[in-house]
Design a protein around this ligand. Structure first.
Ligand code: SAM
Ligand code: MD0
Ligand code: SF4
Length: 350
């Protein structure tokens, strides 16, 4: 199969079959380079050199769930923390000052934040909106449909809830005792209520190449404004601790496929899989957002890499911005992201 022809066809707005997409996301050698080059070209045509910067605020690591891949699953006997509202506000002010465009307010499904219809979580969101004024991503896990209007009214701009896989059996094996359709609907309910949505897939959790193609198709078909892929990182004390891993190039190829299928979508280059070393490869695969930026002195954790590059400042804003400029890319401003979100929200309610 002529992979570079497939990539070029998609880059100019054409379509591809599932078999062609499978070839694209398993490309090697020169074909692989051609896929990444086409994805970068499409990204630069849509966004120029501008790169959005998201700060990761993992404010509570308590969780009632038992996802088999996750370090923070309930039964793992780890040290946990829950930041106070004042601490979180200070952190968010700090990341705004450092040039970050958005606060990603993330938690495990923490009973304290969830109780009384998400009272504490929603109070946190509205406080960040009122006292900090950054764009806000909500990553609270799966939320009942009736709470979405309140989440929007509190000021959440985008709801992040990753399906991980669109293979229902694999979902059941990985997100233990969670409902596939309920989680899928998080994205639908967000958009029906005027928020943007982010979906995501994991790479290396036992899926086939066909499963990856299926996940990419489903995420794009849902109409999410942001889509991601993250390579599985094995975690101590979890059922998947000894599971094998896949090369992160598989993730990069999935990112490139997303870019080629939906030219103007937001795609994160996460620092949470390979640290700062993984930023360039992800941007070179067509990503246009850097996520999981964490201030050095914050005592906040990552998810897939709970400590990598954090304490030495290699995941902080200044360091990321320097590396971006070295690549010839430009950090967006907080206002530029606000405008981008406003334009996208107008489109989903239209
Ligand atoms: N608790 C909320 C939830 O599950 O939706 C929000 C935060 S959750 C920790 C964020 C995401 O991190 C998960 O949806 C999953 O995609 C990713 N993740 C978790 N553990 C991971 C691992 N070991 N390797 C790679 N990604 C992981
Ligand atoms: C990231 N560590 O962006 C974060 C996290 C949650 N919305 C995002 C997985 O990689
Ligand atoms: Fe909890 Fe999220 Fe980890 Fe699942 S992925 S155990 S919901 S923190």
């Amino acid at each position: 199969m002529d992979v570079s022809e497939i990539a070029e066809r998609l880059a100019s707005g054409g379509e591809a079959t599932d078999v062609e997409l499978a070839a694209l996301i398993t490309a090697e050698g020169e074909d692989r380079d051609a896929v990444f080059e086409a994805a970068r070209r499409v990204r630069d045509r849509e966004f120029g050199k501008k790169t959005f910067l998201y700060g990761f605020v993992y404010f509570s690591t308590y969780c009632r769930n038992e996802c088999s891949f996750c370090y923070y699953r309930k039964s793992n006997g780890i040290d946990r923390y829950r930041k106070t509202k004042d601490e979180i506000v200070d952190l968010a002010k700090g990341i705004k000052k450092a040039g970050i465009n958005l606060a990603d307010l993330t938690m495990g499904e923490d009973p304290f934040m969830i109780k009384n219809n998400y009272e504490n979580f929603l109070d946190l969101v509205s406080t960040i909106r009122d006292e900090v004024g950054l764009s806000i991503m909500a990553s609270p896990g799966a939320v009942p449909q009736e709470d979405f209007p309140r989440m929007r009214d509190a000021g959440a701009d985008i709801m992040a809830c990753y399906q991980e896989t669109y293979n229902r059996q694999l979902f059941a094996d990985r997100r233990l005792a969670q409902d596939f359709d309920y989680r899928r609907n998080q994205k639908v309910w967000a958009m029906q209520n005027g928020m943007l949505a982010e979906d995501g897939m994991m790479v290396g959790i036992g899926e086939t190449v066909e499963d990856r193609v299926h996940a990419i198709r489903e995420m794009i078909a849902l109409g999410c404004d942001q889509v991601r892929a993250m390579t599985f990182v094995p975690q101590e004390g979890t059922p998947m601790e000894q599971s094998g891993t896949v090369d992160s190039v598989n993730e990069l190829l999935c990112l490139a496929a997303m870019r080629l299928l939906r030219h103007d979508v937001l795609i994160p280059a996460t620092l949470d899989v390979e640290g700062i070393a993984g930023m360039r490869t992800r941007l070179d695969a067509g990503a246009n957002v850097v996520t999981s930026i964490i201030p050095a002195q914050s005592q906040l954790a990552g998810v897939a890499q709970c400590s990598m590059d954090i304490e030495d400042g290699h995941r902080c804003a200044d360091y990321v911005i320097e590396r971006l400029r070295e690549m010839g890319r430009e950090p967006a401003t907080a206002d530029e992201l606000k405008n981008e979100f406003a334009r996208r929200k107008a489109r989903i309610v239209a």
